[in-house]
Design a protein around this ligand. Structure first.
Ligand code: ADP
Length: 446
């Protein structure tokens, strides 16, 4: 097992990884920008190294600085966390070339799944159903028109390198195709330095359902059930729950088994998530994430499995140690992503936390790096806390989320706690009858 892990991340994710390491007897190295000198992940780690100024490109994305930090602290592995360098195949390769273990899949798998066109092709070959769309990149407005006529409107133009819902535009009719196509390309170029786009049928009212898988380097693969991430704004997840209120046990087992078979055939190693849209009883693959997911705690809550620990053990070459039949699902879990944003306009509102009290009690977990006196810096993602609640039933879980949100005090800055409190009471959410556009087109407009 590793003796020391460098955590190439910040915030609640860095803390999450630190906690797993501590429980495994592994020392931790925090890296941080000058804006994060007082951050909780830096305070708790065994060692810390400053890797640059506040902008992420100069610090958390600064590969030479991170490698130097690993070298001078003699870290034997690097955990990339979520975001930043976690899906950067070149980074994974450079880390390995320096004799340090990258805690994640092989660079080749990061590369192939990171290109969403290649990922879809691979899944089609492996017999996984995908959203109908273009077979490869779509180059030029004329080609886009041809594809759209073939696929049928409305169509979605998506960035091949996409992530975080960026570089994605809808063309409702032929009239706005050119504009949507041009905007998607421009946004992709700006966000990812790659303007390749592809096209898909724009599904009307699907749910976003994803399957968590774990694969070791000995060929063992299991799935840990699904997460329903259909409560979204701008294609980004706001609330997630597990299990999905929409699936039957038979559907769960069937899609889980298909995901396991595909991942096994790919020869994939590490944690991974296959994301699907689900409509009228059918699953359509959209992408695979080759890293830990923000919403992993709800899977941990219902399976009792520490996913970060498992990920580290897999990277160290250990076998999974459990088979599919050993995985059991208990109760229901919900995660609220709390951001430092105005709950009405969603404008980021970083600043100083002058009062802090987090909820507790049975079934309540808060993953957050906040504390009273801390200043949320303006340079990074606005996610500041994940409230993860577990109950024996969905009903109990809902009551507990409501109770926990009521106890949560984050003073000094606005947060989306009031939005979550209202959402959790909405009849459509309570009944489980919602889809990916419900939040934006029904809830926020009413
Ligand atoms: P990203 O990598 O940017 O997160 P995804 O492909 O994972 O992009 O899609 C993010 C979200 O965008 C989905 O959860 C869904 O809400 C929406 N979306 C993606 N593809 C489609 C589609 N073909 N039809 C309707 N909505 C879609």
């Amino acid at each position: 097992m590793f003796k020391k892990i460098l955590i190439a991340n910040r915030g609640d994710v860095a803390l999450r990884i630190h906690r797993a390491c501590r429980e495994m007897g592994i020392k931790t190295v925090a890296v941080h920008s000058t804006a994060d000198e007082d951050a909780m992940h830096v305070r708790l780690a065994d060692e810390s190294v400053c890797i640059g100024p506040p902008p992420a490109r100069d610090s958390y994305l600064n590969i030479p600085a991170i490698l130097s930090a690993a070298a001078i602290t003699h870290a034997d592995a690097i955990h990339p966390g979520v975001g930043f360098l976690s899906e950067n195949a070149a980074f994974a390769e450079i880390v390995e070339a320096h004799g340090i273990t990258f805690i994640g899949p092989s660079p080749a798998h990061i590369q192939s799944m990171g290109d969403k066109i290649t990922a879809k092709r691979t899944m089609i070959e492996l017999g996984i159903p995908c959203v109908p769309g273009s077979e490869g990149p779509v180059e030029g407005v004329a080609a886009a028109r041809e594809e759209a006529d073939r696929i049928g409107y409305p169509v979605l133009i998506k960035a091949a390198a996409g992530g975080g819902g960026r570089g994605m535009k809808v063309a409702e009719t032929a009239e706005n195709l050119e504009e949507a196509y041009t905007m998607a390309r421009r946004e992709s170029a700006a966000a990812f330095g790659n303007d390749a786009v592809y096209m898909e049928r724009y599904l009307g009212r699907p749910r976003h359902i994803e399957i968590q898988i774990a694969a070791d380097s000995h060929g063992n693969v299991i799935h840990l059930g699904e997460r329903d991430c259909s409560i979204q704004r701008r294609h980004q997840k706001v609330i997630e729950e597990a299990p999905s209120p929409a699936l039957t046990q038979a559907e769960r087992e069937a899609i889980g088994a298909r995901a396991v078979a595909a991942v096994q055939q790919m020869g994939y190693r590490s944690l991974g998530t296959l994301e699907f849209l689900y409509e009228n009883g059918e699953f359509f693959f959209i992408e695979m994430n080759t890293r830990l997911q923000v919403e992993h705690p709800i899977t941990e809550a219902i399976t009792g499995i520490d996913l970060v620990r498992l990920q580290i053990e897999i990277a160290a070459g250990r076998a999974l140690g459990i088979e599919q039949k050993d995985v059991t699902f208990n109760g229901h879990a919900i995660e609220c992503r709390i951001t430092a944003e105005d709950p009405r306009t969603f404008q980021p509102r970083p600043g100083k936390i002058d009062d802090y009290h987090q909820p507790g009690g049975l079934g309540v977990r808060v993953d957050s790096a906040l504390y009273a006196g801390y200043s949320v810096p303006p340079h990074y993602d606005s996610l500041v806390a994940k409230l993860v609640v577990h109950g024996t039933t969905r009903e109990e879980c809902l009551m507990r989320v409501e109770r926990a949100l009521g106890e949560y005090v984050i003073g000094g800055i606005p947060t989306t706690i009031p939005l979550h409190a209202a959402l959790i009471q909405a009849p459509a959410f309570r009944s489980g009858d919602y889809h990916i556009r419900w939040l934006e087109t029904e809830f926020l407009t009413s």
